[in-house]
Design a protein around this ligand. Structure first.
Ligand SMILES: *[C@@H]1O[C@H](CO)[C@@H](O)[C@H](O)[C@H]1NC(C)=O
Ligand SMILES: *[C@@H]1O[C@H](CO)[C@@H](O)[C@H](O)[C@H]1NC(C)=O
Ligand SMILES: *[C@@H]1O[C@H](CO)[C@@H](O)[C@H](O)[C@H]1NC(C)=O
Length: 407
């Protein structure tokens, strides 16, 4: 139960910006595949996507329209809410000589465009979002025009869709257990390999003979995402990138692996690679140990809480759960509107300052926003009865994607 006064919401009209009404955003084009028997559901999802887009375009300038492929699917209602990722990533050789996977949205939306390595094509969509229709959804008043309070079990989709949109813009790590992530926890081959985290291992898929099975040909590098460039160990400042060279040494260019588990097995069997990959795994499970280094040198702690199933290096740490940067925390509670959570946190904008700085550090053109939320001091008295967030927590995830180059 949330002992907060919902009536007050009506007096919080503080958005000094016309875009916060669900009107079509000009920086994003949302194509929505949605079938639902529930009256108005699909229309409300579409408007909420537009609202999320308006939050993002208020802080980021894009030089081309970002294309979003959004799909409503009916998964079991087991806490999984939504998922966002780049539709495609492209290989870019960075100024430091390392090759990284850039989210397509950054390539499309930036002038001049970062130079991608030869032979890569952009796909139609930049961002892919999945929404679980079996999660009880709440749509904000600015979308529905109704001031109906959020239900105890309902999740505010404006919160989760804004979160997923940011994953789609590349707020995503490639440091994962590639046995489990791509092939399921019960994959054949290597078992119990979650002790090893590596960047994305393969970019070439080859077929042996004319009808042979597909296999993965290693090109001598594992590929981090652009986001990963800025990950550091919190205490020493050592870049996680520094572990990549040892991991890359697991095989020569041209080595063929049957699948992801075979690659992870090879990592496990190679001393320097195993020690680097298991060190990153330990860091990813040690609270507070990994941060994102912003362009001004300051650190934003990432989520390395082993107790959270969604614990990932691409979410902000628990210290941001109730702060203005709560957007990119791993979970969202039911029974709490996004706007209300922001007010409780004293936020000035749906996208917190640190989150904006992460986007800027990644290379997005972050501008001064025109949308302003009033400071919480004006409402703090009325929040005195709130015991905080007590709703069930729902998992928001970003998953990885890579552009496969067929040869
Ligand atoms: C859009 O996303 C859905 C769900 O991920 C996917 O099945 C479909 O192929 C995508 N469409 C395009 C054109 O990429
Ligand atoms: C997995 O490996 C770790 C050590 O590498 C060990 O502590 C753990 O018990 C193993 N888990 C299973 C299920 O085998
Ligand atoms: C953003 O606003 C700040 C303070 O209001 C100002 O100093 C700065 O120049 C502005 N930046 C841009 C890019 O407009």
């Amino acid at each position: 139960m949330l002992p907060v006064a919902f009536g007050l919401l009506l007096t919080w009209t503080g958005w000094a910006h016309a875009a916060a009404t669900g009107a079509p955003s000009s920086s994003f084009r949302f194509d929505l595949a949605c079938t639902s028997a529930e009256a108005g559901y699909c229309d409300n999802v579409k408007k909420t996507l537009e609202l999320a887009g308006s939050y993002v375009e208020d802080v980021v300038s894009f030089s081309s329209t970002i294309q979003v492929n959004a799909t409503v699917v009916g998964f079991a209602n087991d806490g999984f809410l939504s998922q966002g990722r780049p539709s495609s990533t492209l290989v870019v050789k960075d100024s430091d000589g390392r090759v990284r996977l850039y989210p397509q949205a950054l390539i499309r939306g930036k002038t001049p465009r970062p130079a991608v390595q030869e032979g890569q094509e952009m796909t139609k969509y930049d961002v892919e979002i999945l929404i679980n229709s079996n999660t009880p959804a709440y749509f904000p008043a600015s979308v529905t025009g109704s001031s109906k309070a959020i239900g105890k079990e309902e999740v505010d989709l404006s919160w989760t869709l804004t979160h997923e949109l940011l994953h789609g813009l590349g707020h995503l790590t490639a440091w994962r257990d590639h046995t489990q992530e791509e092939h399921g926890a019960d994959a054949k081959g290597a078992s119990n390999t979650s002790e090893y985290l590596t960047p994305y291992p393969f970019v070439y898929m080859v077929r042996s003979g004319s009808t042979g099975a597909a296999a993965l040909q290693y090109d001598g590098h594992t590929y981090p995402y652009l986001f990963d460039r800025f990950l550091v160990e919190t205490t020493s400042g050592k870049a996680l990138d520094d572990y990549i060279t040892a991991i890359d040494g697991v095989g020569k260019a041209g080595t063929t692996f049957a699948d992801g588990p075979a690659f992870v097995s090879a990592v496990a069997g190679n001393g320097p690679a195993a020690s680097a990959a298991s060190k990153v795994s330990t860091l990813a499970k040690t609270p507070g140990s990994v941060s994102f280094r912003l362009d001004d040198g300051s650190l934003v702690t990432l989520d390395t809480d082993p107790a959270l199933p969604s614990s990932r290096l691409d979410h902000l740490g628990p210290e941001y759960e109730k702060k203005e940067d709560l957007l990119m925390y791993s979970v969202t509670p039911s029974g709490l509107e996004y706007i209300r959570a922001l007010k409780q946190a004293g936020s000035r904008h749906p996208i917190g300052e640190k989150t904006q700085s992460i986007l800027r550090t990644m290379g997005y053109n972050v501008k001064n926003s025109s949308m302003v939320l009033p400071m919480s001091s004006s409402v703090s008295g009325s929040m005195a009865g709130s015991k905080g967030w007590q709703g069930k927590l729902h998992v928001m995830t970003g998953v990885m994607v890579v552009s496969w180059i067929l040869s």
